[in-house]
Design a protein around this ligand. Structure first.
Ligand code: BGC
Length: 728
């Protein structure tokens, strides 16, 4: 009864017509979200239902009525039913700004790829919860977060927003982040469904791939994320799949998502991704950002199609039902927004925690790191380390107070907003810790930087790479930074390179330097996090969520399809149209490709050093109906540290594809041993059976290994499993 009353009070607080409970039975919180949606839809006219199915893009609205915030999306309220306005914001890495002015700040998280490097679902939940809280305070109730595209090509300019190349790692963390967001009574959106794996030509590109390969790779990441996160909404992508646009693709929307996975929420389009009313029949429920489409399909044309009998009224009911049931299920209707002040400083602590755990130590010559507090002279060079830490551009861009816009690259997309540095300079954080002198050179003159480096105990060179939505990138730093690092390392071999990159880069200078840290885009407290790891206050516990290749010649497609220039300086979304990309590698994405081809990358997936050492032993693999593997991990070094044991399948009875099937994090004190048990994800022990339309596992012997990376089998074993058949 109490919850029922809360529902009534909430509806009244919306400022609409006061609704009495008997007249508004859908406000009864004891009923299921589906029942509530049906009760409400029973009162709504067709026009009122259709009003829920298309939304504005305030950024492109010619005249924006007062009360509509500058943001990604807006759908007007229907106060007489207690339906609030749907207020949408991008929020993959924090609440995005969308041109609301630099004083509308929010706490920026490190990149999604950084989050993936933590291998930590709890942190992913905490990040989502922080974003959701800030979004509520800013007056948003539907977040366009939850990017889950597989890093099929390391040059995809949006990989930094996503969670790496493995479906289990990415899907698990995405699901946890979505749950975190939705713990604030709001809807989160898994996006961009599916195979939007490069930006170049994204509006027309056809990703051509077989059904089994797609199910076992890109779709599997979504399947895992959606099962774990239960997002209220899924956003379909810009591109085509096997010739059909993702937003009008019945196999993906009506088939895999709604039928096979039982997704009860609504499918919204990406902005400008609707091409016809066919999309509604294929499973699209809502046309987002209608100002970005050639015409508004889900308003007058939809109404006319229903009137002429060409489009079933029942499907309109289903579309509106899906929107309303998610709003009820996540508490958007029962818990109206009450915007309030943000504490971005406090929220930045979450960002700092992610950054600390995400940093990957790639190389460390004996005795170089951690830095000794007593070092006489440290020289810091480059990367605008005196200003802050770089962030990625595009719709996910978050603006923190005091951020600095350094320069806009020629032709950069206007929504990229230039290159933004978050105001937590590593130089200041290093100075706060160093006992001796810390000198700085901006690196614009490599000879001067090398001269300064010469007499130092240690040199820290910062190098950065900017990536943004709408543009793909090359697999490296710009030439000037490579030359700078080489010149400095030639002058002083005690050189540590700190990378702030969107993803993997090649390192022509690797043999010359003493240490390398990958710090990704480290967010609000990035400078502090880098300094904490450099000085050993925090053990480097990040592991690579993406393989670092030696060069583009190792990739399935050495040339990025459609890309006109090897080093693009502006948007590439319109290039190469109409484009067909053949994903002939199938589900051999990332480390699976390297294993299948016998290639040795620069650094493998899952790799990362610690300041301590770990030893593995006592493997026990139990098969049968599932796979459970236990083993011991010992911290054999002298410092506390965190290890990330990874369980890989090496081969099944009739196939030898490598797959990550389970992972965990273990914190160990020096000398401490812990027995760890990992249970394999059942879908990863199986193959997609096209004819049977299900996951199928053959009976027989499964080879496996527990490792410190995809290329470092510490313990090998095998187990005999029974045959199994799993519904999708
Ligand atoms: C992006 C989406 C984003 C939307 C709204 C699109 O260009 O692909 O990720 O949510 O814009 O800003």
């Amino acid at each position: 009864m109490r919850r029922f009353l809360v529902g009534m009070v909430c509806a009244a607080a919306l400022g609409g017509v006061a609704i009495a409970a008997p007249a508004a039975p859908w406000l009864n919180t004891k009923l299921s979200p589906d029942r509530r949606a049906d009760l409400l839809l029973g009162r709504m006219s067709l026009a009122e239902q259709i009003a829920l199915l298309h939304g504005h893009f305030p950024v492109l609205m010619k005249s924006r009525p007062p009360g509509i915030p500058m943001s990604a999306g807006y759908i007007p309220a229907q106060p007489k039913y207690g339906i609030p306005a749907i207020r949408e914001s991008d929020a993959s890495l924090g609440v995005a700004n969308a041109g609301r002015g630099d004083t509308d700040d929010a706490a920026p998280l490190p990149s999604g790829l950084a989050l993936a490097a933590t291998f930590d679902p709890k942190l992913a939940f905490a990040s989502g919860a922080m974003i959701g809280r800030e979004a509520r305070q800013k007056g948003f109730n539907v977040l366009l977060a939850g990017g889950a595209n597989l890093a099929r090509d390391p040059r995809n300019g949006r990989n930094f927003e996503y969670l790496g190349e493995d479906p289990l790692l990415g899907g698990t963390l995405d699901g946890a982040a979505i749950r975190g967001i939705q713990s604030n009574h709001m809807v989160s959106t898994a996006k961009h469904y599916a195979l939007n794996d490069q930006e170049t030509g994204r509006g027309t590109l056809s990703a051509d791939i077989g059904e089994a390969a797609m199910r076992e790779s890109d779709l599997l990441e979504f399947e895992i994320a959606i099962a774990a996160g239960r997002p209220g909404s899924v956003m379909c992508a810009y591109n085509r799949i096997n010739g059909t646009y993702a937003c009008e693709n019945p196999a993906l929307l009506n088939g895999a998502l709604k039928h096979d996975w039982g997704f009860p929420g609504w499918v919204m389009s990406d902005w400008g991704a609707v091409h016809s009313l066919d999309a509604a029949a294929a499973g699209l429920d809502q046309e987002s950002g209608q100002e970005a489409d050639r015409q508004v399909y889900f308003d007058a044309p939809l109404t006319a199609a229903v009137a002429s009998g060409k489009f079933p009224k029942a499907r309109v009911h289903d579309m509106a039902h899906r929107v309303l049931r998610s709003l009820f299920a996540e508490g958007v209707i029962d818990h109206p927004l009450a915007p309030g002040a943000l504490d971005t400083r406090m929220d930045s602590a979450t960002a700092g925690k992610v950054a600390e755990q995400a940093i990957v130590l790639l190389k460390n010559s004996p005795g170089l790191l951690p830095l000794a507090a007593g070092a006489r002279k440290i020289v810091v060079i480059g990367g605008h380390a005196d200003v802050g830490v770089i962030s990625g551009g595009g719709s996910s861009q978050v603006i923190p107070l005091g951020s600095t816009k350094l320069r806009s690259p020629k032709g950069a997309p206007s929504w990229g907003g230039g290159i933004i540095y978050h105001p937590d300079p590593p130089l200041a954080a290093i100075r706060r810790r160093a006992g001796g002198e810390v000198a700085y050179a901006d690196g614009s003159d490599p000879a001067a930087a090398a001269a300064l480096a010469k007499g130092a105990d240690v040199v820290v060179v910062f190098a950065s790479q900017w990536a943004t939505e709408a543009m793909d990138i090359r697999l490296g730093l710009d030439d000037q930074q490579d030359a700078l690092i080489s010149a400095v390392a030639a002058a002083n071999p005690h050189t540590v390179v700190v990378l702030e990159t969107g993803g993997p880069v090649v390192m022509p200078w690797l043999g010359q330097v003493g240490g390398v840290l990958e710090a990704w885009y480290p967010g609000a407290r990035g400078g502090e996090a880098i300094a904490k790891v450099l000085f050993g206050e925090v053990d480097p516990s990040g592991r690579l969520p993406q393989t670092f290749p030696t060069g583009e010649d190792q990739l399935p497609r050495p040339q990025l399809p459609g890309l006109k220039s090897a080093a693009p300086e502006g948007p590439t979304i319109g290039q190469g149209e109409p484009l067909q990309v053949h994903y002939d590698e199938g589900s051999d994405v990332g480390y699976r490709w390297y294993a299948a081809k016998g290639l040795k990358p620069l650094f493998p997936f899952g790799y990362g050093l610690s300041y301590t050492a770990f030893r593995y032993g006592g493997l026990k693999a139990v098969g049968g109906q599932g796979l459970s593997v236990s083993f011991t991990v010992t911290n054999s070094g002298a410092r506390a540290g965190i290890e990330m044991p990874q369980l890989y399948l090496a081969s099944e009875p009739h196939r030898s594809q490598q797959r990550l099937v389970a992972f965990t994090r273990v914190a160990l004190k020096p000398g401490q041993t812990r027995r760890v048990t990992l249970n394999a994800e059942p879908r990863l022990l199986a193959d997609w059976d096209v004819a049977g339309h299900r996951w199928k596992r053959a009976a027989g012997r499964y080879e496996l290994f527990v490792g410190r990376s995809a290329a470092d089998p510490a313990l090998k074993g095998a187990a005999v499993l029974t045959a199994a058949s799993l519904a999708p």
